[in-house]
Design a protein. Structure first.
Length: 269
């Protein structure tokens, strides 16, 4: 897949996610607080879209709405033309902590969504074993989470979200707790998984370089109330090696996005 161009927009592909004039306001003891204000964007089938913004700008609120865990105050979010009004089986979510069950082996943790949804056990166990091989964990099927490194646990969390073949994968700072070297390796691993599976991914991060490295596009959010300041296309060929971060083109993208934030924004440069 060398030389594959990234950056195709939802206009180039069938639209999978549509967010239309989305506003979310919370009631507090000090009055209403608007977390998201008039958010609009679309995501095409198979796109990898990174979302970056300062702490408290509503990134996680947006993800919870797309996951069906929160309602909207105004506007709506759609997946495949259907409004998201609650948790859906065709949405996979990966959080910062892998949230693995300590009493389940790697295989049984990966199988959890299939077990909960009462899907065909034999077919999905075969798929689980295939996914485990794909992320380099063959031979660890019967290990428990405490026997794995942080990066290995996060790989289990990612493929668990893929086992039931979701239409959309939501990732909320999944590598934020990892050390720098493991995080780089996980960025490469996630890029490889995405290129093989071509799932539609929304990836939230505090790291501008990570957002640029992984994304076809980067959505830049303002401080609260969160709005979309820019939808930037990342025209860097794939697969992207870590060395791409030393190129002038990569640096231009990072500098452009960083220009939206000052040193107190909570964004990692």
């Amino acid at each position: 897949m060398d030389g594959l161009r990234s950056g195709a927009t939802a206009n180039d592909r069938r639209t999978v996610i549509r967010v239309d004039h989305l506003t979310k306001t919370y009631g507090t003891s000090h009055g209403p607080v608007t977390a998201l204000d008039d958010i609009d964007f679309t995501v095409g089938d198979g796109e990898f879209v990174s979302i970056v913004g300062p702490s408290g700008c509503g990134k996680s609120t947006l993800l919870k709405i797309l996951a069906g865990l929160l309602g909207t105050t105004k506007g709506n979010a759609e997946l495949g033309g259907t409004r998201i009004i609650g948790p859906r089986k065709d949405i996979g979510v990966v959080f910062q902590a892998p949230v693995l069950f300590p009493w389940r082996t790697v295989l049984r943790n990966v199988m959890l969504p299939a077990d909960v949804q009462k899907l065909d056990a034999a077919a999905h166990e075969a798929k689980a074993r295939e996914l485990i091989r794909m992320v380099g964990l063959e031979g660890f099927e019967d290990r428990y989470p405490w026997e794995l490194s942080g990066g290995m646990q996060q790989r289990v969390g990612i493929i668990r979200a893929l086992i039931h073949d979701p239409a959309m994968l939501l990732m909320d700072e999944p590598f934020g707790a990892l050390d720098a070297m493991t995080r780089d390796n996980m960025n490469l691993e996630l890029q490889r998984i995405w290129m093989e599976r071509r799932k539609t991914i929304l990836f939230i991060t505090h790291s501008i370089p990570e957002a640029v490295f992984l994304g076809d596009r980067v959505l830049v959010m303002t401080p609260r109330p969160g709005r979309i300041a820019e939808d930037r296309r990342i025209d860097l060929p794939r697969p992207r090696p870590l060395d791409v971060m030393t190129t002038p083109e990569f640096g231009d993208h990072v500098r452009h996005v960083r220009a939206y934030f000052n040193s107190h924004s909570g964004i990692d440069g």
